[in-house]
Design a protein around this ligand. Structure first.
Ligand SMILES: Cc1ncc(COP(=O)(O)O)c(C=O)c1O
Length: 390
């Protein structure tokens, strides 16, 4: 199946826009749209833990969605919990962890990460009087070396929070090496897989993750997210919760009534990726992405940031055009009905490390399953035209 054939699966992509904004949010796949609407229309719209059929259906939906998302994460269903988005869930998670942190404890993060995996931990650590340190990136390559993180890990370290992939540059750190070092001192590892999950097969054991989160709207589902926490660990954490809510299992973390219709869509989106196969996803995306990466590199006046190869990176590239602010480039492309993001896309520390935090950031173009080779050709033509007008 080619990207062109797949594009029909995304009703939101049936227009003349070339969409490179997948790293910020993808178009929902047809089955996820249908599942969301079907749940709303089914009469199963109720609440959990009741004695009648619709309430049972809500329980069954959540249980089954946990199983399907667990398959997507290479994880177990008894560790999966659902929430509004990664940021909200990570704030709740870190607040719960911090109840058991003490002054002198250390939390390690990285400058590659989206701020949702930085400020969440920093604020929880500050509340507990714990230390929060950030590993530097290699500015020349745009990569985060595992050793730079490992150097920050010591006997006092409780958690290491690391990205599975950069949302801005696409670079993928060697999480496993970091996890081995963390585990050697008894620390746990939290993986922000928001920018990884749409593009790679995930296996929490292979990564060495003790907790992992991603957002379904980045992988063709609705606006909701799912976190996996190692089940034995999950039972030890003390989330803020109301007294009647379950005392055991992942639903301890699911405060209030779940978004059942969205979770029906999350399950369908996860099934879509599982059925297609993440190795296929990668092959399809890289076939579209390689000409984009090469094409940008060949345009005079264009600077690509981060690595120029496909090795250990997702199909996301950031670039600048000499003489143009990133916002101006994005606006010029939008006039050609091409959607890209400009700025640092909440990768605050990375933007500052690259020295672009105060200069408008970068222009980011991400390939997703709804991006076609024709979209890439249009983007390259427009970028060439803008660059030539400097
Ligand atoms: C790598 C990464 N982490 C975290 C987030 C935050 O996700 P959410 O919007 O679901 O809170 C994003 C959003 O763009 C992201 O790209």
């Amino acid at each position: 199946m080619t990207t062109g054939a797949l594009r029909d699966r995304f009703p939101g992509a049936r227009n003349d826009w070339a969409r490179f904004d997948g790293p910020a949010g993808t178009q929902m796949v047809d089955t996820a749209i249908a599942a969301t609407a079907e749940f709303a229309a089914s009469g199963d719209n109720a609440n959990s833990h009741g004695e009648f059929a619709a309430a049972h259906a809500c329980d069954a939906l959540i249980d089954d969605a946990r199983r399907v998302v667990a398959d997507l994460y290479g994880a177990t269903a008894d560790g999966i919990w659902f929430g509004a988005n990664m940021t909200t869930m990570t704030f709740a998670f870190t607040r719960a962890l911090a109840r058991d942190w003490r002054a002198g404890d250390r939390v390690v993060g990285t400058r590659l990460d989206h701020d949702a995996n930085v400020s969440t931990w920093a604020q929880a650590a500050a509340d507990a009087g714990a230390e929060h340190v950030l590993a530097p990136i290699d500015v020349a390559t745009g990569r985060l070396d595992a050793d730079a993180v490992i150097e920050c890990i010591d006997e006092r370290t409780r958690w290491v929070a690391i990205a599975g992939a950069s949302n801005l540059l696409g670079t993928m750190p060697h999480v496993r090496a970091v996890a081995d070092a963390a585990h050697a001192v008894g620390a746990n590892v939290f993986v922000d897989a928001v920018a990884l999950a749409p593009h790679r097969r995930i296996d929490v054991a292979a990564l060495g993750a003790d907790a992992l989160v991603s957002s379904a709207y980045k992988w063709y589902g609705p606006h909701a997210a799912a976190m996996w926490v190692r089940p034995d660990l999950l039972e030890q954490i003390r989330p803020y919760k109301v007294r009647p809510a379950p005392e055991v299992g992942p639903s301890r973390f699911e405060t209030g009534t779940p978004n059942y219709e969205a979770i029906a869509g999350v399950r369908a989106a996860a099934r879509f990726l599982l059925d297609l196969g993440l190795d296929r996803v990668r092959a399809i995306e890289e076939a579209t992405f390689a000409p984009l990466l090469d094409g940008l590199g060949a345009i005079r006046g264009v600077r690509r940031w981060g690595p120029d190869s496909l090795v250990d990176r997702t199909p996301t590239v950031s670039f600048t055009i000499d003489g143009f602010a990133p916002d101006a480039v994005a606006a010029a492309l939008a006039a050609d009905r091409i959607a890209v993001w400009s700025g640092t896309s909440y990768a605050v520390e990375l933007g500052a490390s690259l020295g672009v935090g105060a200069t408008g950031g970068l222009v980011r173009a991400g390939v997703s399953l709804s991006t076609s080779p024709d979209d890439v050709a249009r983007l390259l033509r427009s970028v060439e035209r803008v660059a030539a007008s400097a």
